[in-house]
Design a protein around this ligand. Structure first.
Ligand SMILES: [Mn+2]
Length: 431
């Protein structure tokens, strides 16, 4: 038993506002599909973010169909879940469109059962869990969910079979390895038992072993941002050249993953720093000579004198498909400011908010505090009893007058006084 595990395809992503980048993503997906067929996989899993947006353009949908056809014509079943980029708040997404023409099977909780080959619908209360089956392998999964939804959904996804794959588009704490509460939605302990965990969401490829099982992220099929550069070049006190991130997919044999590297367009992450402008330009040209052809460059230059970024950008474009040169002036020194206490720097509102955000965060309390602050006009009064009392009085006055027409007029005037935001822009400020 052998299958291909693909994720974060991001079809339709015009990175750097370049339409040809969307074509790159499609090209990378096509190459993976062809490779998977060549490797003779029994089925394919797409672990979310097949599309960059939940409303893909007709061109993007056409691309998806043409590439998925590579599997279809070989009778290789494809199982997919929606990611955070392409899920919708409605029942039907672009995935269901692809499903209705037989290009893939959408796994997860649905209102109605699905009756097709390789799929079973299991009734749970008033919904159905759509699972995939290929021979004796059970494939369960569900679309991207919030942390709160996951608590309810995860136990339902527990596979019934001995040999199983769990497909999710979420960040797992131990794999992201960032000790930041908002960086993940679940931990390994939360996962129901399965033979293999086919995940998506993290764009860097990762294979993580725990209790003899594997959880893998194939990473995005093409270079999604600068963290996924193919080469990292630093030219400061000396010149360093480092290989960056590999792109590809995962092939899984008997639940053991192996990363299959695929070629993509190069993305160069360059930083150059000198004290002389002349030297900066010389180094920039030197770097350009070392990088090849149709790649993309994002360069950060630092120097005390300002460089002609436009000229350098033009030079770079002679050799590359895309160049983005940023300049940062190296300041000699910073003026030191001594802050005696937090109160010098933050308003009372900000201090209270910072306090609420410390340690175990009660998100609801913090949220309500912010809303309350802005609805009350955003003045910097955290606990002003007198105004609170006045508000209660106003409210009481309103309720007694509400029965008469005059009362309504009065209510309106009161509302005007309360400076309530009318639009989102009022709420966020600016506009
Ligand atoms: Mn993604």
């Amino acid at each position: 038993m052998k299958f291909a595990h693909i994720a974060d395809v991001h079809l339709g992503y015009e990175q750097y506002n370049q339409p040809w980048r969307a074509e790159d993503f499609a090209k990378s997906f096509r190459a993976i599909a062809e490779k998977a067929v060549e490797m003779d996989v029994d089925f394919v899993i797409i672990a979310g973010d097949l599309f960059h947006r939940s409303v893909p353009s007709p061109k993007t949908i056409k691309e998806a169909i043409e590439i998925l056809w590579i599997f279809r014509r070989e009778n290789i079943p494809v199982f997919a879940i929606e990611g955070n980029h392409d899920k919708t708040s409605r029942d039907i997404s672009a995935y269901h469109l692809l499903e209705s023409i037989g290009m893939l099977n959408v796994l997860g909780l649905r209102r109605r059962p699905v009756e097709v080959e390789n799929v079973k619908s299991v009734k749970i209360e008033n919904v159905y869990l759509i699972k995939g089956f290929v021979e004796d392998v059970e494939i369960t999964g569900d679309r991207h969910r919030s942390r709160w939804q996951l608590e309810k959904v995860l136990p339902l996804l527990k596979p019934e079979s001995e040999r199983s794959v769990l497909v999710l588009h979420q960040a797992v704490k131990e794999v992201v390895d960032i000790d930041l509460d908002i960086a993940y939605e679940l931990t390994l302990n939360n996962l129901p038992k399965a033979s293999y965990y086919a995940f998506g969401h993290i764009h860097l490829p990762k294979i993580y072993e725990f209790n003899g099982k594997f959880i893998a992220y194939p990473g995005s099929v093409d270079r999604y941002d600068l963290r996924e550069a193919s080469q990292i070049i630093r030219y400061k006190s000396d010149f360093t050249f480092k290989e960056g991130i590999k792109k590809g997919f995962v092939v899984v044999r008997n639940f053991k993953p192996e990363f299959v590297e695929m070629k993509t367009r190069d993305l160069y992450d360059v930083e150059i720093e000198t004290n002389k402008l002349e030297e900066l330009e010389k180094r920039f040209v030197e770097v350009l000579e070392r990088i090849s052809g149709e790649g993309m460059l994002v360069a950060k230059l630092r120097c005390p004198d300002s460089a002609d970024v436009r000229k350098l950008n033009e030079i770079a474009l002679k050799n590359l498909r895309y160049a983005e040169v940023r300049f940062e002036r190296l300041a000699d020194e910073f003026e030191e400011v001594v802050i005696q206490s937090e109160n010098d720097f933050f308003t009372d509102f900000e201090l209270k908010l910072l306090d609420l955000m410390k340690g175990e965060i009660d998100e609801r309390e913090a949220y309500e505090f912010v809303i309350e602050h802005y609805l009350s006009g955003g003045e910097d009064k955290v606990e002003d009893e007198s105004s609170e009392k006045q508000e209660v009085k106003d409210r009481e006055a309103k309720t007694t007058e509400e029965d008469t027409g005059e009362g309504l007029e009065e209510t309106k005037r009161n509302e005007m006084k309360a400076k309530k935001p009318k639009t989102l822009l009022d709420f966020f400020g600016g506009g």
